[in-house]
Write a protein that binds this ligand. Structure first.
Ligand code: 5BU
Length: 266
């Protein structure tokens, strides 16, 4: 199926080229899964990506939890992502002033050189987005920012007013590809979709087929419900990497998310 048939208004209304790249890959793989690859060594990460690659459409990392980081080693993961047609998303949650965020895009990890997407908080002011975009521009690349409009964790301080301010900022910037929404709550996701409209994406962590698996303040909702409520991507970590048969788990999330998209009004 062609992306415009499957994604409908989202395909036509999203201006950001990275959103289109995701939607195309999602159609090729019939999956709206972004894998949260929260493992501690690069070899483990590469193995995981090669194992579940056919069932996922993007790869999310936390580069600073890797114990054996070196630029050379990390390139193996970047290559594995490219071989599996995956956008590479560093969930850095930038939160500083614009100029420092630009510098943090460089540094030891040089996030600007390999990431297509990063997350940022709105807390410090709207200029954080320009700082991040300047980071990519420093190495002649472009990327997309996902602003944290909601979070999945219990007791977070992102009030509905904060969410509204975040969306107002995001709508004003061509660098903002969309928002993080709370995948554990379809009610919150649909409220977010109302505010966002059709022109930007919503990516939701806090998704697991087993809603009782949550630990340490994480909360989980169901993949199908999250997409029906208006999310475009489900971010799934331990629901895939922590189970015995990771391939079957990834396929189950892919099927649930893809079927929900086909079911959803376009
Ligand atoms: P899990 O294993 O599926 O619970 O992992 C969720 C991932 O999503 C993990 O990498 C978190 O850092 C990330 N996350 C989240 O869980 N909740 C949020 O609100 C945001 C990110 Br933002």
């Amino acid at each position: 199926m062609q992306p415009d048939e499957v994604w409908g208004t989202r395909w036509r209304s999203c201006a950001n080229p990275i959103a289109h790249r995701f939607m195309e890959t999602a159609c090729e793989k019939q999956s709206l899964v972004c894998l949260a690859a929260d493992l501690r060594t690069i070899d483990e990460l590469v193995n995981l990506v090669n194992e579940v690659g056919p069932y996922i459409a993007a790869l999310k990392t936390h580069v600073d939890i890797v114990e054996d980081f070196s630029t050379e080693n990390w390139l193996k993961l970047v290559e594995a992502a490219a071989e599996n047609s995956l956008l590479l998303f560093e969930d850095r949650k930038f939160a500083d002033i614009g100029g420092i965020s630009q510098k943090q895009m460089a540094g030891v990890y040089d996030i600007r050189s390999w990431s297509d997407i990063v997350t940022a908080h709105r807390i410090s002011g709207p200029d954080i987005i320009d700082g991040i975009a300047a980071g990519w521009a420093d190495v002649q690349r472009i990327g997309g920012v996902l602003l944290l409009a909601q979070m999945s964790s219990q007791g977070n301080l992102l009030t509905s007013e904060y969410t509204e301010e975040t969306i107002a900022t995001g709508k004003a910037s061509p660098h903002v590809l969309g928002y993080i929404g709370n995948g554990s709550s379809p009610i919150e996701v649909s409220a977010l979709r109302e505010l966002v409209g059709d022109g930007q994406m919503i990516w939701t962590p806090g998704v697991n087929i087993d809603s009782n698996a949550a630990i340490m303040g994480q909360r989980y909702g169901n993949p199908h419900d999250s997409i029906i409520a208006g999310a475009d991507v489900i971010i799934v970590g331990s629901g895939i990497y922590r189970v015995k048969d990771r391939k079957s788990a990834a396929k189950a999330y892919a099927d649930a998310s893809w079927n929900a998209l086909l079911e959803r009004e376009r």
